[in-house]
Write a protein that binds this ligand. Sequence first.
Ligand code: 13P
Length: 341
Amino acid sequence: MNSSELQSVINDMVIRGKGILAADESTRTITKRFESIHVESTEENRRDYRSMMFHAPDLSNSISGVILFEETLTQKDQDNVSLAEVLAKQNIVPGIKVDKGLVPLHPVGSEKLTQGLDGLAERLATYKEQGARFAKWRAVLNISDTLPTPLAITANAEVLAYYAATCQAQGFVPIVEPEILMDGNHSIDRCEAVTLETLHQVFTALHKHHVLLEYIILKPSMVTAGKECSEQASVEEVAERTVKTLRRTVPAAVPSINFLSGGQSPELATAHLNTMNNIATTLPWHLSFSYGRALQEPCLKAWEGNAANTNAAQKALLKRAELNSAACTGEYNSMMEDKSA
Ligand code: 13P
């Protein structure tokens, strides 16, 4: 393992006031997003959309890394420059989603295990030649009265840890993403208990696999009530419980925690992050963002698959990126939502 290579990736990515843009939707997921704006999901449209985002002027003021889907890593812009290079030229680190999606964990039941470990080291070597310097792997857990099972938590933690160790051996900083879905009517108490147990198991597995915590980025979900729960917690309660759970589980060696948005509205995802950074001034790690939908939703709507809307779409992306940048230092307030519309 080359720790100076890993440290330089961390130095380029973990910067106060900056976060990560998750633009690594699988073809199936981006097709769903495009359906919502009535745009066909062709390879060309996917390239045009992502190229438009990556060319947004001054994106690097608030974004230090972008997670790409494999297809994007080999695509080029109108000037024949690879999209990874478009980012690197702006000092934005290109990263790559390396998992291959979800398979059933057992023959019966609904729980899932993330696949993609086969040939991972070889794939990483190719991705490195194509310009990627960090990787992402998403594990998914569901909450119900009986889920997640202990097996789902430990199996996903082991796979995440094996992935992270493989990445570091290849000079890639791994984003470790154990997502606990917001689907369901569970209480915030239940989400807190599941998040606590999951993060304990993830860090136990990372330790067993000799992963160096200085060179990972944790990408967790926030502690919230389920989407269908009749009692939704306030922004302050979500922020307090999330920070409390992270303090209890995430070692101080981890440089940065970059949240996923998980279906929260763009405004709420920003408000939660801001409040966490306000209430907790003495944290050992950065608290930042690695949002997909919460950064892209307004941009996608403004774009509509039409090149004539490029300026409006880039402006919408920059607005969310800048507001989340402010949230990283606790300097966001909701009045800022109207100003830069
Ligand atoms: P969301 O912010 O839309 O949840 O996406 C983040 C992500 O990368 C999920 O893997």
